[in-house]
Design a protein around this ligand. Structure first.
Ligand SMILES: Cc1cc2nc3c(=O)[nH]c(=O)nc-3n(C[C@H](O)[C@H](O)[C@H](O)COP(=O)(O)O)c2cc1C
Length: 375
């Protein structure tokens, strides 16, 4: 049993969730040998390009873990292929009242109603400008009013390799009364004219058919607006009386079956033309493989880092490295094993993970071709 499981995890679990997170952030500010702690192997066959951003592997850190963008270097050195800071808004936000995170012990899931607390775009830009860049990093910005988004984007884009527009936070007040489609189209138009680096759009999850139509429509708007990739998905809105606001976003294992389905649906709706970052319940290499099989170019992890500790990225990367070429390790319940979507994971797949030049996705698709290094 590693140090994390013997000492750190029991300690973190004994603290209230936000106190545990603050402690983790203090530890990530220390000059520790993060590469050795993460112990993630380097496998040239896992190298990939996400919309032109060169990654050492397709496992990213999801937005929200480092909301201040002050610890991205330490986090990246654990072995992530890329890390995402934020979500950042134009002005600082203190977020919702506490308590705003509730755990489901033993279930690998939690609910948060953070409400995007963050230091604001100017402070985040200062932190990013001062911190070393040991690997690819993105910043997540919120889908507030157009002026705020444009200003935030302008302040932060120079300090990162790409920007993820968070068009899906369930815990903020804006967006409840607006026309999401028109709003996203306007943001894409404004950002499209200004951006110099890849732009990703993080979509909400869907379960019902109505939600599905709404999200697929947003995916197409992002695509038509020139997005370089999509992230599927954010947390799922749920009620939880333990949270001050009575509801929040569910994350972790409970999301996983939806994530695989959503990635496949969005891949089909966008004809495989955009790289998709699968996010939601990826806790293991088998989870990551199922997402890649469903058409994802990369996976993003948040709750998995809390559940599995700093070596979760090593375990996922190792599992991807060891996966037999061309075969999926996906659990039987997920696409890739049901006879309709043969596993398409290929080592070395990543060289094709950018728009217009994709590895094969679900049900085959345009642009798919065997990847270099594959069988
Ligand atoms: C405490 C917490 C805070 C989060 N904050 C953000 C955020 O600021 N921006 C964002 O895009 N997603 C945020 N997320 C969502 C995650 O990025 C991710 O989409 C979601 O948790 C599903 O992935 P997971 O199952 O690996 O945790 C947050 C999640 C959690 C648990």
């Amino acid at each position: 049993m590693g140090l994390y499981w013997a000492v750190a995890r029991p300690l973190f679990s004994s603290l209230p969730p936000e106190a545990a997170h603050r402690l983790a952030m203090c530890i990530f500010s220390l000059p520790l040998p993060w590469e050795r702690i993460g112990a993630t192997p380097k496998d040239p066959a896992l190298r990939t390009s996400l919309a032109g951003i060169e990654l050492s592997n397709p496992v990213g850190l999801a937005a929200g873990f480092d909301k201040s963008c002050r610890h991205l270097d330490s986090l990246g050195r654990l072995g992530f292929g890329y890390v995402i800071g934020g979500t950042i808004t134009r002005d600082p936000r203190s977020g919702n009242a506490k308590p705003r995170i509730a755990r489901y012990p033993g279930r690998g899931s939690m609910t948060n109603a953070m409400g995007l607390p963050n230091p604001g775009a100017e402070a985040a830009a200062r932190s990013l400008s001062r911190s070393p860049r040991s690997g690819p990093r993105l910043v997540s910005i919120a889908d507030q009013g157009p002026d705020e988004v444009i200003a935030t984007h302008a302040l932060l884009e120079p300090h990162v390799d790409g920007v993820e527009l968070n068009a899906s936070c369930p815990n903020v007040s804006w967006g409840r009364d607006r026309d999401d489609e028109a709003h996203l189209a306007l943001l894409m138009q404004e950002l499209g004219a200004r951006r110099t680096r890849p732009l990703f759009v993080k979509l909400p999850p869907f379960r019902s058919d109505v939600e599905r139509q709404a999200v697929l429509s947003l995916a197409r708007i992002a695509q038509d607006g020139g997005a370089d990739g999509l992230t599927c998905s954010n947390t799922r809105p749920v009620s939880d009386r333990r949270l001050s606001v009575g509801a929040g976003g569910l994350s972790g294992r409970a999301l996983f079956p939806d994530t695989v389905r959503i990635v496949g649906d969005v891949w089909t709706a966008t004809a495989g033309a955009l790289p998709i970052n699968a996010c939601g319940g990826v806790l293991s290499a088998a989870d990551a493989l199922a997402c890649l099989d469903a058409g994802a170019a990369t996976v993003q992890v948040y709750t998995g880092l809390i559940e599995g500790g700093p070596r979760v990225v090593r375990d996922i990367v190792r599992g991807l490295s060891e996966a037999p070429s061309g075969r999926s390790l996906a659990p039987a319940s997920s696409p890739g094993q049901d006879g309709t979507r043969p596993g398409r994971f290929r080592r070395g797949f990543g060289a094709t993970a950018s728009a217009g030049e994709r590895r094969p996705g679900p049900r085959g698709g345009p642009g798919g071709r065997p990847a270099p290094g594959g069988p």
